[in-house]
Write a protein that binds this ligand. Structure first.
Ligand code: SF4
Length: 246
């Protein structure tokens, strides 16, 4: 496939240097089957080595290259040029995260929220060393979630400024309820906190953007259903497996 000229319009921000943020255009030459990340690499190598973005695995496993592509959160490494409309690609940092510089955001609040929910749920004695190396169980807490932050970036509840636990955390809580019945009670208490499932307004934006098909909104719906069951102390594990976006 032959390459053609595309404009990358990137929201630049460098504290103290490019401040307030402003858009900067870069002309890149990309074939339709190349990705947004390919374009960013081209810019950094050939035009502006100061451009800030994160990347690591290049195949949707690490979640580090998440940014806002033409107005919605996505992974730069799997967003193909052929799937974007027009000759201008607008790139901005993820919403609902503090920007450190250009497309790099501060993920500390995301990980802090995750860790706060898990430190008392999965003690080390719960690990199963006969099947997995010590500690690996804790890393498997989210199943398919790559902790990219896309769902949090597009969540209108989080955007409104309230202290919402967020779709990624709640999806993980739901997942744990299914996988660890012994922890069901404490997980149910976590989900039922004032900043938990009750705050979700079913916008479904999280499920639409999730690059790993975690479908956080489906997990939140499962938690809400489980919370309405009479047996609150031992909430039934979520069972929904439907393939719709919720
Ligand atoms: Fe990313 Fe999906 Fe995990 Fe949210 S649930 S952090 S969108 S992989």
């Amino acid at each position: 496939m032959s390459a053609h000229q595309i404009t990358f319009r990137i929201l630049r921000f460098k504290p103290g240097r490019i401040d307030p943020p402003r858009y900067q255009d870069f002309a890149v030459s990309l074939a339709p089957d190349m990705t947004v990340l390919d374009g960013l690499e081209q810019i950094r190598l050939d035009q502006d080595s100061s451009l800030m973005y994160r990347r690591c695995c290049h195949h949707a496993s690490c979640g580090t290259c998440a940014c806002t592509v033409n107005g919605t959160a996505a992974l730069a490494c799997t967003t193909r040029i052929a799937d974007l409309e027009g000759e201008v690609v607008t790139l901005e940092p993820l919403d609902n995260h503090a920007c450190i510089g250009d497309l790099v955001v501060d993920m500390r609040s995301f990980f802090r929220e995750m860790d706060a929910r898990w430190s008392n749920v999965l003690p080390c004695k719960d690990a199963t060393p006969d099947r997995t190396p010590q500690g690996v169980d804790q890393l498997m807490r989210l199943e398919n979630c790559i902790e990219c932050g896309c769902c949090v970036a597009v969540c209108p509840v989080t955007s409104s400024g309230v202290a919402f636990m967020g779709p990624a955390v709640l999806a993980a809580v739901s997942n744990e309820m299914r996988n660890r019945p012994a922890h069901r009670k404490i997980l149910a208490q976590i989900a039922a906190q004032p900043n938990g499932v009750a705050m979700c307004r079913r916008h479904l934006a999280c499920s639409r953007v999730c690059p790993s098909k975690v479908y956080p909104a489906r997990h939140i719906a499962d938690l809400q259903r489980a919370g309405r069951l009479p047996n609150q102390s031992g909430m039934a594990p979520p069972t929904s497996k439907k393939k719709s976006l919720d």
